[in-house]
Design a protein around this ligand. Structure first.
Ligand code: PEP
Length: 246
């Protein structure tokens, strides 16, 4: 199974659902549809209405983050995994570099993963090195640390997906070389095998579009993509899927 996951970040109002309707109508007719799954993570404000609309359709709705507590608590503006699940979210991103940059610690991330899984949300756990770490050849060490500090064997690996997103690549148009990327993805899978025995799916994210996917698709170890900018346009998102299977 391959995954095409869109991350809208701070984008979207109710009528932006038209973007998803177009993606859904492409998906429903695509001869390759059994080979992949489409998941979209709009902002919190849109999850309930979008999840209701797509309930019996094939696009899954997720959130971009969740609070590190289970159900209800006195955290202003916090949105818990239980609350997300109750309005139809099926997935949640956790550990996106935007949120790590705003203070998400490993302990917070561990609690997020724990409570998300407890509330039947599938977790897309994001990791990635920054520009300086890459320059200093620290990528593999940094990624191992990010994985081992948060993920535990007792977590159900069937409900976890890992997304490798080098921070220097997000929204910049810069991408790793094919060799760098296959080495890194294999390293991530090895670390995950040590934690879980078997590796969950590992995605790539960072400047994925209809052009760059032609390079990424040659690296068979990549199980799918986390897509930022290009997920805000149905055409660009569909082009990624079309070019991947071409
Ligand atoms: C992201 O923010 O998760 C991302 C991958 O962004 P982009 O595709 O725009 O690089």
């Amino acid at each position: 199974m391959r995954y095409f996951i869109g991350n809208w970040k701070m984008f979207g109002i109710p009528k932006s659902i038209n973007i998803l309707r177009k993606i859904n109508s492409f998906y429903s007719k695509d001869k390759n549809r059994k080979k992949y799954r489409v998941i979209m993570t709009p902002p919190y404000t849109l999850i309930e209405s979008y999840a209701k609309y797509f309930k019996n359709k094939k696009i899954f709705i997720g959130s971009q983050n969740c609070y590190q507590k289970d159900q209800f608590s006195s955290n202003t503006a916090g949105v818990s995994p239980y609350m997300l699940r109750s309005v139809g979210a099926k997935y949640t991103l956790i550990g996106h570099s935007d949120n790590r940059g705003e203070g998400d610690s490993d302990l917070m991330l561990k609690n997020k993963v724990r409570f998300a899984l407890k509330n039947n949300l599938k977790v897309v756990f994001c990791i990635g090195e920054n520009k300086i770490e890459k320059k200093n050849n620290k990528t593999l060490i940094v990624l191992k640390k990010q994985l081992t500090k948060v993920l535990e064997r007792k977590f159900n690996k069937n409900n976890i997906i890992v997304a490798y997103e080098p921070i220097w690549s997000i929204g910049t148009g810069k991408i790793p070389t094919a060799i760098e990327l296959s080495t890194t993805i294999l390293h991530i899978k090895n670390v995950l095998k040590n934690i879980f025995k078997e590796s969950p799916a590992v995605l790539y994210g960072g400047s994925v579009d209809g052009g760059t996917v032609e390079i990424f698709k040659k690296i068979r170890e990549i199980d799918g993509f986390l897509i930022g900018g290009a997920s805000k346009s149905s055409k660009k998102f569909i082009d990624i899927i079309k070019n991947y299977y071409r």
